[in-house]
Design a protein around this ligand. Structure first.
Ligand code: SAH
Ligand code: ZN
Ligand code: ZN
Ligand code: ZN
Ligand code: ZN
Length: 429
């Protein structure tokens, strides 16, 4: 469909109907799990007719990007030597235009006088993709992006594998081009092919993180491998901020493949070493992420975005974001800004939100959302301040929750009793 930049190989999904029963399995485009977004859908046991195969091939041909990455790199070279008055960007096609192409885009909306600075900040030039579940692009607020970069530098990293973090990548690239002494480099892996207009093949790989697919084939694979293996594989970190609609399992297996690629460095005796990772994701996925990466822990830092719908206004008037950093770096090394209200808990040995009180019974700072949580003796854990213990459900919940149970677990928190749309984790108050 329209949101599908160029589908990667199909992935197998299971439709679960009743609890315990293995549902009918189907293939869907790994980049567009939602059928509404992409026409590719096929039951696992379904026979596909010749006509449908032909139609699908035709569809794929028509939805190929108009230029290859190589062509786009050449086009950029020609673009930068144009006088400012001839540098146009077609907003309808999301494409830089060379003068000979203007007439093909007549009637389209142009942005003119594209400066060199604008070419270095493509995430500001391109419209964020808004395709709801799959391709939604939520761009870091400048403050959060700067915080991440400062943290990466303070931790001593020199290379960043930016997986779905175009804004972090562009911040690193701009600084590197302005300051010779700035020693950090970044390689962007992203499904959004529009970025190939702004970066060379050494700076950007068209990539699908759900199935670890490099659209550029072996050459792109090799670019990534070499990037990871520089400096004997040291001082490199994987930073990723996937779309929240993505299945944690598919994402985790993709990241494990990138980590395995890094491990191929062949450092002898060091086989147990883990590649440092920042996985940026909402706090209510904590249990799911730890299932796949037990060595990770969640930091209290609230990652802010320029265009995020999940924002709520907290008591302090500051926007509260549910998005956190999951990392395998020792928590006490992740220094959070005191001027933004974070403090160090000497017992937990990590920085926490100012409202996050250390619970004597749990023996940890238990708040996940920054507000002070309260301990429930019956649940034997801390819960959100707005929750009450429900004897029927035998757990804490919002006062006005419905006690009926649906059999399948919630997609977000995995608990029974509600569907994803009614998940209490999704609402902050
Ligand atoms: N906060 C980040 C952007 C996160 S939005 C920043 O400001 O840099 C999610 C990003 O993941 C987008 O750039 C989107 O294009 C990319 N993305 C979405 N699905 C993807 C997939 N299947 N494979 C790789 N990248 C994907
Ligand atoms: Zn504590
Ligand atoms: Zn407690
Ligand atoms: Zn309780
Ligand atoms: Zn839930």
């Amino acid at each position: 469909g329209n949101g599908c930049a160029a589908p990667g190989p199909a992935l197998l999904f299971a439709k679960t109907s009743r609890a315990g029963e293995q549902g009918r399995r189907f293939y869907a485009c790994s980049a567009c799990r939602d059928r509404k977004d992409c026409s590719f859908f096929q039951w696992e046991d379904e026979k596909v007719s010749e006509t449908r195969l032909a139609a699908r091939e035709e569809y794929n041909r028509n939805h190929q990007p108009s230029f290859t990455h190589r062509q786009n790199v050449e086009r950029l070279k020609n673009f930068v030597v144009l006088p400012l008055s001839q540098r146009k960007f077609c907003q309808d096609c999301q494409q830089l235009l060379l003068p000979a192409e203007w007439q093909d885009h007549s009637g389209h909306h142009f942005q003119c006088d594209i400066s060199t600075a604008q070419l270095k900040t493509p995430s500001q030039l391109l419209n964020p993709l808004e395709n709801k579940k799959t391709n939604a692009q939520y761009l870091f607020a400048d403050r959060s992006c700067q915080f991440l970069l400062d943290l990466i530098i303070a931790l001593g990293f020199r290379r960043v594998l930016s997986v779905g973090t175009p804004r972090l990548h562009e911040m690193i690239q701009s600084k590197a081009s302005q300051d010779q002494d700035f020693g950090v480099r970044s390689l962007l892996l992203d499904i959004d092919f529009r970025y190939s207009q702004f970066y060379t093949e050494d700076e950007f790989c068209h990539y699908n993180m759900f199935n670890h697919h490099f659209f550029g084939g072996e050459a792109a694979h090799e670019t990534c491998r070499q990037f990871l293996h520089q400096d004997k594989g040291e001082r490199v970190i994987l930073v990723t901020d996937p779309p929240f609609g993505g299945l944690v399992e598919a994402l985790a297996s993709g990241f494990k493949k990138l980590i395995a690629m890094w491990r191929e460095t062949g450092k002898e005796g060091d086989n147990n070493q883990e590649m440092p990772v920042f996985w940026i994701f909402p706090y209510f996925f904590e249990a799911r992420i730890l299932e796949f990466f037990p060595s990770f822990s969640m930091m209290d830092y609230q990652v802010d975005y320029d265009n995020h719908a999940l924002y709520k206004h907290g008591k302090t008037g500051r926007r509260q974001s549910p998005v956190r950093i999951f990392t395998n770096i020792t928590p006490r090394m992740i220094v959070l800004p005191v001027e933004e209200g974070y403090r160090f808990c000497t017992i937990c040995q990590r920085y926490v939100s100012s409202g996050n009180q250390h619970c004597e019974i749990c023996n940890s700072c238990t708040s996940k959302d920054g507000r002070r949580w309260k301990h429930c003796a019956l649940c034997n854990k801390c819960v959100k301040p707005s929750w009450f213990h429900c004897d029927k459900c035998n757990c804490c919940a919002l006062q006005d929750h419905s006690c009926e149970r649906t059999e399948a677990g919630c997609f977000v928190c995995g608990k029974a009793g509600h569907k994803r749309s009614a998940c209490p984790s999704l609402s902050l108050p």
